[in-house]
Structures are given as C-alpha cells and as structure tokens.
Design a protein around this ligand. Structure first.
Ligand code: HEM
Length: 156
C-alpha cells in the first residue's frame, strides 16, 4: 500500500464524517428542532446540539484540507485548476474554503452572537435563514462529492 492510497482513504473518511454530519443536521436535526413549540427555544436548542458537532467538523475539515493538498502536491496536479473539465477540483477547494471560513473564523468570532441576537428579536426569520444556509451547503457539497468521485475515476 503506498502513501497516496492511505491519504486518499483518510480524505474520503474525513469527507464522510464532515459532509455526512452536515447532511444529518439539514435533513434530521433542523426539522426535529422545528417541532419544538416556541420559536425562541429553537435557536438555543439547535445551538447546544450543533456545538457538539462543531469539533468533529473542524477536525475533519482540517484533515480533508491537508490530505487534499498533499494529493495535489504528490501528483503535481496544480495545472488542473486551468481546465474547466476539472471543475470538481475547484468545487472541492471552494466548499473547503467556505466551511473553513465559517468553522474557524466566522462562527467563533461573530456569527454565534449575531444569530442569538437575531433570534431574540426575530426568531422565526433567524431559524429559516439557518435552515436555508444548511440546505444550500448540503446541496453544493453533494454535487461536489458526485463530481469528485466521477471525475477522479473517469466518467467512462
Ligand atoms: C482543500 C480542499 C481539497 C483539496 C485540495 C482536494 C483534493 C483532492 C484530490 C487531489 C483528489 C484526488 C483526485 C484524483 O485522484 O484525480 C480528491 C479526491 C476526492 N475528494 Fe477532495 N479535495 C479537497 C476537498 C474536498 C471536499 C470539500 C470534498 C467533499 C465535499 C472532497 C471530496 C473528494 C472525493 C469524494 C474524492 C474522490 C475520492 C475517490 O473516489 O477516489 N474533497 N480531492
């Protein structure tokens, strides 16, 4: 077994733990939290539960980035960024950047405080925003996984 096989396996396992968690939040957790009667309580409950996932997401995002860039370096694939056929490489980096920004910068600094303040005055709107953000992130992540698997193994 060579280093690339191990790195690729780590990349995929981390993607599963991370994107699988995001999909779970979108399709199971948020709809379940919506069933909580008072809109004021929803945000707080969601925040408490999602905080436990934040560390899993941070660690797996970091491993995905390290293993991904290692594969680019090891195969010397940098020129792929120039070709439209390799859109899925750009998509992987874009999805990774969005989550890295949110998990490591926006969330610890501002978002949490801003969301809680919003939920105090307009809880229904704030929760709807959170739901739509997760739906969009899940959708682009799933398209990226599809593109990456089909693209890296050849479409035929
Ligand atoms: C910094 C970010 C990332 C980089 C640099 C990166 C890089 C790579 C590279 C170089 C490959 C191998 C391509 C090949 O063999 O032709 C790969 C495979 C893959 N990546 Fe990423 N990736 C990143 C983030 C992501 C993200 C965010 C996802 C999921 C949303 C993802 C999902 C996958 C999948 C599913 C494969 C295919 C594995 C296989 O079937 O063999 N990657 N990635």
């Amino acid at each position: 077994m060579n280093d690339i096989t191990i790195v690729r396996a780590l990349h995929v396992v981390s993607v599963v733990l991370w994107i699988g968690g995001v999909a779970f939040v979108t399709t199971v957790l948020l709809p379940a939290v919506r069933c909580v009667k008072s809109p004021q309580e929803r945000m707080q409950l969601f925040d408490q539960i999602e905080r436990r996932f934040a560390w899993q997401a941070r660690v797996s995002t970091a491993i995905v980035g390290l293993t991904g860039f290692y594969m680019l370096y090891r195969f010397d694939m940098w020129d792929r960024f120039r070709y439209a056929a390799y859109w899925w490489i750009d998509a992987m980096v874009a999805v990774w950047l969005i989550f890295t920004l949110m998990l490591f910068i926006v969330e610890p600094l501002n978002l949490q405080r801003w969301l809680l303040a919003q939920s105090a005055s307009k809880p229904e709107i704030a929760f709807k925003r959170v739901e739509w953000l997760h739906r969009i992130l899940t959708f682009i992540s799933v398209i990226t996984v599809l593109g990456a698997v089909i693209g890296s193994h050849g479409p035929f």
